[in-house]
Design a protein around this ligand. Structure first.
Ligand SMILES: [Zn+2]
Length: 409
């Protein structure tokens, strides 16, 4: 494994000073001289290992180093069925996104000062001010995902049109709803939008082309996670190129043995920029392969081909499409707004308006949580039959080793 000298210094510092990595690599004597040679034998960590050891992963000296500004905390999107609180230093965030910004500027002419419309899923930073639309500044408009419904098409069009964004960051399922609702109302796309960045879910080539055709602007697929930020971005040929300055990507088999290029397996990420909460050889829960053949676009960055990615499933109630997020929302709110320690979850659709929630958490709190979920779902979807089950562990999907968070009976 080739690692540049700056990254070597950082990784060695982590293995020798961050409690979780110290414990896992105990007795290995990792130095800048030997780290490249022994890299493939270094421990691989899963999300659940990290959830159970969150405080052992925080590296205070890095936080202090980080411009002296307070760090911020974000939750993983929950689309993997496991909730993890991630700490980022502000300087690290900037560094982790710098390659992505260069790319946005070079390929699409987008700069940080351009007007952005994005879609958020929680009220993390505005507990007492629960608006569906947040105008963060003159150049940033956030719209709560829950607001995205066919019924809101007219209001949504007026809102976005009035703001006139230059670009959008949006999940494929959200832009699909917007696009189909607008098409059915005969709305023309908003002229100002000159670039759309899709993230957070799988984007198929057919979906990408449909969005590009309707909006009349390029669409880029950005694959990333809250833990490490940007991992790969698609080129004009639709291939995802690894963001080499931000992450190291490896592929291993189910027994954590390194796989050669073109072999499909588990994606392992090492962050080069999150120094406050370092993710080293982290099994992210997605599967894919590194393609050995050079891409036609001429980029020297490796191509990552994702196989099973995060779900992009749709929810139908009484035959009508609804946002699947509505079912996850009470879980997110319990964790992020009310501090409940829900480690994993899964929702099984038993039939129309009937759902079973499996939650890995302290069973003593079940009654309290059950009422919260019932109230939330009733408020959003009307009468539904709900069953809430607490358990110790959720079985990953046998096919891909991932926790599937939404399943149909
Ligand atoms: Zn390419």
């Amino acid at each position: 494994m080739r690692i540049n000298s700056k990254a070597k210094r950082f990784f060695v510092e982590c293995y020798n000073n961050v409690e979780l990595y110290q414990q896992l690599s105990h007795g290995m004597n990792i130095t800048e001289e030997n780290i490249e040679d022994i890299w493939d034998t270094l421990p691989i960590v899963n999300k659940i290992d990290i959830i159970n050891n969150q405080d052992k992963l925080i590296y205070p000296p890095a936080l202090v180093r980080d411009l002296g500004k307070p760090p911020y905390e974000v939750y993983t999107s929950g689309t993997t069925g496991e909730c993890l609180k991630v700490t980022w230093g502000q300087g690290d965030v900037k560094r982790s996104l710098s390659s992505l910004w260069v790319l946005r500027k070079e390929r699409f002419g987008i700069e940080p000062s351009d007007k952005l419309c994005f879609f958020f899923s929680t009220f993390n930073d505005s507990h007492n001010n629960k608006e569906l639309v947040k105008k963060i500044s003159e150049t940033k408009l956030g719209i709560f995902k829950e607001y995205i419904k066919y019924d809101n098409a007219v209001k949504l069009y007026e809102l976005i049109n009035k703001f006139s964004p230059t670009w959008m960051i949006v999940q494929p399922s959200i832009i699909q709803i917007i696009m189909h609702a607008w098409k059915s109302h005969g709305y023309r796309p908003i002229d100002m939008i000159k670039y759309i960045e899709c993230t957070g879910e799988v984007l198929t080539q057919a979906e990408k082309e449909e969005i590009e055709e309707y909006f009349g602007c390029p669409v880029m697929n950005q694959y990333g996670t809250t833990e490490v930020n940007s991992i790969a971005c698609s080129c004009e040929y639709g291939n995802l190129h690894v963001m080499d300055n931000n992450v190291i990507v490896e592929i291993v088999d189910d027994s954590n043995q390194k796989l050669p290029d073109d072999d499909e397996g588990n994606i392992i990420i090492s962050s080069l920029t999150n120094t406050s909460m370092p993710f080293l050889r982290y099994r992210i829960g997605d599967r894919g392969r590194i393609i050995s053949q050079k891409c036609k676009c001429g980029s020297c960055y490796p191509v990552l081909d994702l196989s099973y990615c995060r779900v992009n499933d749709k929810l139908f109630i009484d035959g009508e499409e609804r946002s699947l997020y509505t079912l996850f929302k009470p879980i997110r709110r319990l964790v992020e707004e009310h501090g409940f320690d829900i480690k994993q979850f899964k929702i099984v659709e038993q039939g129309n308006r009937a759902y079973t929630y499996y939650l890995v958490m302290d069973s003593k709190l079940r009654n309290e949580i059950t009422q919260f979920i019932i109230d939330s779902i009733k408020n959003d979807l009307g009468e539904c039959t709900l069953e809430i089950i607490t358990c110790e562990y959720i079985e990953p999907n046998q096919k891909n080793g991932k926790i599937v968070i939404f399943e149909r009976k």
